[in-house]
Design a protein around this ligand. Sequence first.
Ligand SMILES: NC(=O)C1=CN([C@@H]2O[C@H](COP(=O)(O)OP(=O)(O)OC[C@H]3O[C@@H](n4cnc5c(N)ncnc54)[C@H](OP(=O)(O)O)[C@@H]3O)[C@@H](O)[C@H]2O)C=CC1
Ligand SMILES: O=C(O)[C@@H]1CCC=N1
Length: 262
Amino acid sequence: MKIAILGGGNLGTAIAEGIINSGFCQAADITVTKRQTATLKHLADLGCNVYSDNVKAVKNSDIIILAVKPYNYQIVIDEVKAALNTKKHVLVSVITGVWINDLQKAIAKKLAVVRAMPNTAIAIQQSMTCIAAQDANHEQIEYIRNLFNQLGRTVVIDEQLMDAATVLGACGTAYAMRYIRANIQGGIEIGFDAKTASLIAAQTVLGAAELLIKTDSHPEKEIDKVTTPKGCTIAGLNEMEHQGFSSSLIQGINASYKKITK
Ligand SMILES: NC(=O)C1=CN([C@@H]2O[C@H](COP(=O)(O)OP(=O)(O)OC[C@H]3O[C@@H](n4cnc5c(N)ncnc54)[C@H](OP(=O)(O)O)[C@@H]3O)[C@@H](O)[C@H]2O)C=CC1
Ligand SMILES: O=C(O)[C@@H]1CCC=N1
């Protein structure tokens, strides 16, 4: 399979790099487009095809990953729709807020379309990617899922949950960063220099997340292991809850969801 990534920006280049690093396909089988190609020199050096001609990229590929900004998708679809072939191509869109029906309407063909919502950890092959599909067969969905499995973990969801997936999985990276930053600020106040506090905070969050994923555990079970009766963990946790910690996170998630669905 040959893959075209239309829109070689942050996400597009991260996908290309991840696919190459994982050995999922050869660099020569990947084409990345953008209007100003100078920023894609590193991909060209790796052996990818790099140019601005979206139509040529579509004609030379089987899987078309659309990774332009939401306000640019219509123009790119208008450009390539005549070259899209329902018997050959699968279109994969990572564009936030654009529904499969919108894409199919813009293409004016019942093309197999897969919508994927990764997060920015895709740059280090640690994304959580939620996937939804329409008019794609099992084999096509599995191929796309396998592609994103090279870039982290995947789950197939109903497209109706894509806004929720965006909030929890994609915006979630920003929420986690803010949590880590608050830990760093607290860590500095209790004596660490910024660099050491950053390492301790980030590695601790990484370890906590891996505990849940690798042992299929529940957060409260892991909390019970840390909290010594009358100890400092429970004192801190309870104070955080008195200040509305869990409630503020839940309200934040709801505010994001309200914004994305309005
Ligand atoms: N899941 C997540 O966490 C996130 C998802 N996203 C989604 O991913 C998509 C991409 O975001 P991101 O990578 O950050 O955006 P970028 O702006 O970094 O990348 C988009 C790229 O598209 C290129 N482009 C624009 N017009 C065209 C065109 N006509 N033909 C070919 N290339 C074109 C631009 O380059 P040039 O101007 O040189 O053409 C640019 O490099 C967005 O739709 C966004 O919604 C974004 C961020 C986070
Ligand atoms: O903030 C946003 O609107 C988008 C959604 C996912 C990441 N960025």
